[in-house]
Write a protein that binds this ligand. Structure first.
Ligand SMILES: [Zn+2]
Length: 456
């Protein structure tokens, strides 16, 4: 379907049409492309079950991923994992996997080297887990931290996964063997722990709306962290369980200040955008390195409000790809600045129109993007500004990854004002458009491997 027709359909169908989500889901599947080994086709993961073993005897970690997917065209199915798999099988037959570049060199993905026909298939991938894993003090430290500022830095950095457009029902079966008892797990899924002989097993179930940028997972030996658990009452009547924690050897101080701030931001956000979108809240106060997950964050105290905002925009209302990723950074920065409104706008950017397969977010989002949001707010000031639209977006479109074209169409429909021209002018700039680098990137400052390792 052409973009113009997609606009027409989305505009005509409006917010509530039931078939809309399905139409958008197929529109979100990235286009297949030719490779030296055959045609690479993006597929729809239905479920991904991960058996993850941390073995203290061999000081190594292993993952076996069983992925059930549906292909809508014939070709080599695309998945991704940065580490090279040791075994891959497709529908029970061993196959090779191959890293391939997308046509414009935007990113690298993997394909299983056997054509599948349209329909349901099973992919099993076995891969060592090497990144951010450290065996010491009789236990293991491991985290699946992500970044949207660099390519291939979501779940694929650790586990076989799909790209961000896809929502997948995921489970972890984590086995800790040959380790001191009492390994702690901080995560944004439902956990069940039990012992089997000398091993500890933790089963984690994540909600169906999760994508490759949703999961927060961090495990440490007992005694490394200090945590504080309490409950916040949501406007919808739920008790939302909160876990705040810090690593005692990295950050001194108490968690009381963090508790006060979390409570304050939670009520502010619920007041503006409605009930907390997720089942719980997990905050790792690491002192630096803010990154958002669904109902979870690794953050400094100063970035906490920004990161919790992302549970509504980024991990509640979700971007379908890198070209939509700037919206939530622009919105979060707009909140950081106290929701300013402006009546003029200059310059341009390519935040919405980078090459097709780009996965990361344009850093112009933080400053230029924030000014553009202030401008949009000014433009609809007489209709109550942007907040009512954002609130409705959370109500009606949370957990349904959106393309930038969908944001534009939904916003134009909501206000009854055509806004496409403004988006085109300021965010779809031509090749000459400069992306203004931000001074505010520090909120999501890229952490080096050594810095990440130190936060384990
Ligand atoms: Zn952010």
């Amino acid at each position: 379907m052409t973009l113009a027709r997609l606009f027409f359909f989305i505009g005509a169908m409006g917010f509530a049409a039931a078939t809309h989500a399905q139409l958008a889901a197929s529109a979100r599947l990235p286009r297949s492309f030719p490779t030296s080994a055959g045609r690479a086709v993006f597929v729809d993961f239905q479920t991904a079950d991960y058996a993850i073993t941390f073995d203290g005897d061999t000081k190594s970690a292993q993952v076996t991923a069983t992925i059930r997917f549906v292909a809508s065209e014939a070709g080599l199915p695309v998945f991704d994992v940065v580490e090279g798999p040791t075994e891959v099988s497709l529908d029970g037959l061993a196959v090779e996997s191959l890293e391939v570049k997308t046509p414009g060199n935007e990113t690298t993905v993997r394909v299983a080297r056997r054509d599948v026909l349209p329909g349901a298939h099973t992919l099993v991938v076995r891969v060592p887990l090497k990144n951010l894993v450290e065996f010491r003090d009789g236990g293991v430290r491991s985290a699946f931290w992500t970044s949207d500022l660099e390519d291939r830095r979501f779940l694929e950095r650790y586990l076989p996964a799909n790209l961000e457009f896809d929502q997948v029902k995921m489970t972890f079966q984590v086995t800790f063997k040959g380790l001191a008892p009492g390994q702690k797990v901080y995560t944004n899924g439902k956990t069940q722990a039990r012992r089997l002989g000398t091993s500890e097993l933790v089963r984690i179930t994540y909600p169906e709306y999760f994508t490759s940028s949703s999961i927060f997972f961090h495990t440490v030996p007992e005694g490394v962290t200090e945590d504080l658990r309490f409950v916040l009452k949501s406007v919808d009547g739920r008790d939302v369980p909160v876990t705040l924690y810090l690593n005692k050897s990295i950050l001194g101080g108490s968690l009381d200040q963090l508790r006060r701030l979390t409570t304050e931001v939670f009520h502010e956000l619920e007041g503006d955008y409605g009930a907390w979108p997720h089942a719980s809240i997990v905050v790792y106060n690491a002192g630096s390195g803010g990154m958002e997950y669904c109902g979870a964050t690794i953050t400094s105290v100063s970035a906490l409000g920004h990161e919790l905002f992302h549970s509504y925009f980024a991990r509640g209302v979700m971007p379908a790809n890198g070209n939509a990723g700037w919206v939530d950074e622009a919105l979060a920065s707009w909140r950081d600045e106290g929701y300013p409104s402006s009546s003029s706008m200059s310059g341009t950017s390519r935040m919405s129109s980078r090459p097709t397969y780009t996965r990361s977010t344009d850093t112009a989002a933080y400053s230029f993007g924030q000014r553009f949001v202030s401008y949009l707010d000014g433009k609809v000031k007489d209709k109550g500004g942007l907040k009512p639209f954002l609130r409705q977006l959370v109500e009606t479109r949370k957990f349904s990854p959106l393309l930038i074209e969908e944001y534009i169409s939904l916003m134009s429909t909501f206000y009854g004002v055509p806004l496409e021209g403004d988006f085109r002018k300021f965010t779809f700039g031509g090749p000459g458009a400069s992306s203004v680098k931000s001074t505010k990137e520090s909120v999501h400052r890229k952490l080096s491997q050594a810095e990440l390792q130190a936060l384990l």
